[in-house]
Design a protein around this ligand. Structure first.
Ligand code: SAM
Length: 462
């Protein structure tokens, strides 16, 4: 039989569940049955959306090995889906008994909309000037208790009524702010209940018929100019989603959304800000290129630039540090001392080559330096171990300075991340055909630090 961790780990499972719920709700309100998952990777989100929610899903990824892996995973899922579903239900039942006196089985997602009064007042937001921060605050017991794979499996396959209802309520809190022409108005609680019931019954139906509903993995490198019709022959009214689309791919997903009339909604969670291309980073102007940052005219007019160091900082995870997880200070220290060695011994200050992820693969500082020098194509044969260690000893006492520097970077990280996210949101708000757009904190940032989704919905008439 198939093991649950062959499907996805706890982090991915958290992301996929929460995002699928939101995608399902938005797509239902827009009357959409087709979903395009851009940068679909191994297809975790795609297959969940197709099998659990019965959407027709196309997953597009630039890596053919990902697409091949997705085909293989699809094959396994098809074979084991029924057993997987019933085992999930069994596990859920036994967990409910085991933990009756302990804590509920479902993840305690206590999503609290900060702007509740605004969320309940859809009409005040028709001019789309609101950023929503939906704050999933997780109980400390949940953070301290590692989830087991069994929990993941059970949650994924069946969920519990209360878990689903809770998520649906949270999704509704987001949908509450949509203007009248983007979705129905859910201001009264009776209407909310009606919609919740409708959604639950739709999902039950979908689950019953979804046993062999597999998604279609496709290989293509998406750019801002990509014509989806060229890749998907039966493109219809659809929603575009992207889970942890790195660098420019998140920006280009939004551009494709605004350009293509068939795409009625978008939900994009970006990552890897260090990979973004920046228009104003280098002095040489290149007018034709489409850049990852800035996207919006407002920041373009001001010539805004983050720079690589700031974008690297934006990838740090403040919430993880806040719960005691360590920053990578030692690896930064290794890299800093290596820089001194490269400059003083080899006289090199710039190189096209990269050290990459050498730290995690090295057994000691000496090993790190030697591996790095090889990658940089610098001859280490005349460099004795003692010399390498002299550098280490010379700078060891300054490690605390790096720690402080790292702390400063991690504290500032959210400012840079939010700048990048607001640029994307501002871009959507500058478009005329968008009925509603918002920024939603979708995931628990300790589990999944890149947790913000940029969401957009077109006017119904577009
Ligand atoms: C961080 S992974 C996320 C994968 C998947 N969405 C998930 O959550 O598991 C980003 C994916 O985007 C793909 N990708 C990057 N640039 C792309 C592009 N221009 N077009 C299509 N896929 C791209 C990569 O191959 C990679 O699989």
């Amino acid at each position: 039989g198939i093991k649950p961790d062959e499907f996805m780990n706890n982090k991915k499972s958290h992301e996929v569940q929460v995002m699928s719920e939101l995608v399902d709700s938005i797509a239902n309100y827009c009357g959409i049955k087709q979903v395009i998952d851009i940068g679909s990777g191994k297809g975790y989100l795609s297959s969940f959306l197709s099998m659990q929610y019965n959407f027709k899903v196309y997953g597009i990824d630039s890596s053919s090995s990902n697409t091949n892996g997705a085909h293989e995973r699809n094959r396994k899922l098809k074979k084991h889906w029924k057993a997987y579903q019933s085992r999930g239900r069994e596990n859920l039942k036994s967990q409910s008994l085991d933990k009756a006196n302990d804590r509920p089985v479902e993840s305690k997602i206590n999503c609290k909309a900060i702007h509740e009064e605004l969320l309940n007042n859809a009409s005040s937001l028709q001019n789309q000037d609101q950023v929503i921060i939906q704050d999933p605050s997780y109980s400390s017991t949940d953070m301290a208790t590692p989830e087991t794979n069994t929990e993941t499996e059970a949650d994924l396959v069946t969920g519990t009524q209360s878990h689903e209802t809770k998520l649906s309520e949270d999704v509704l809190a987001v949908l509450n702010v949509l203007p009248a022409d983007a979705a129905e108005d859910f201001s009264s609680s009776r209407e909310k209940e009606k919609v919740l019931r409708k959604m639950t019954s739709l999902k039950t139906k979908a689950r019953k018929s979804s046993e062999s509903n597999l998604y279609f993995p496709l290989t293509s490198c998406i750019t801002a100019e990509t014509e989806l019709n060229g890749i998907i022959t039966d493109l219809e009214d659809c929603m575009v989603v992207g889970l942890h689309t790195c660098g420019d791919l998140a920006a280009n997903t939004l551009r494709i959304f605004t350009a293509k009339p068939e795409i009625k909604a978008v939900c994009s969670v970006g990552c890897c800000y260090h990979l973004l291309s920046e228009q104003f980073e280098n002095q040489e102007e290149c007018h034709n290129q489409v850049w990852g940052f800035p996207m919006c005219q407002y920041l373009k007019d001001k010539g805004w630039c983050c720079g690589r160091n700031a974008r690297m900082s934006a990838c740090l995870a403040l919430e993880r540090v806040a719960v005691g997880q360590m920053l990578p200070t030692e690896s930064l220290f290794y890299r800093a001392v290596l820089q001194v060695i490269i400059e003083e011994i080899y006289g090199v200050t710039k190189s096209d080559r990269h050290v990459g992820k050498t730290f995690s693969k090295s057994s000691s500082f000496i090993d790190y330096v030697r591996q790095s020098l090889k990658k940089l194509e610098l001859d280490d044969s005349k460099l004795p171990d003692s010399c390498i260690m002299d550098y280490y000893e010379k700078y060891k006492h300054r490690m605390n300075e790096l720690e402080a520097f790292n702390m400063l970077k991690v504290v500032l990280a959210p400012c840079i991340e939010v700048l990048i996210l607001l640029d994307r949101l501002c871009y959507l708000k500058e478009q005329e055909n968008i009925a509603w757009s918002g920024l939603v904190k979708l995931f628990d940032p300790v589990k999944s630090p890149r947790c913000y989704a940029v969401i957009g919905l077109k006017n119904q008439s577009c």
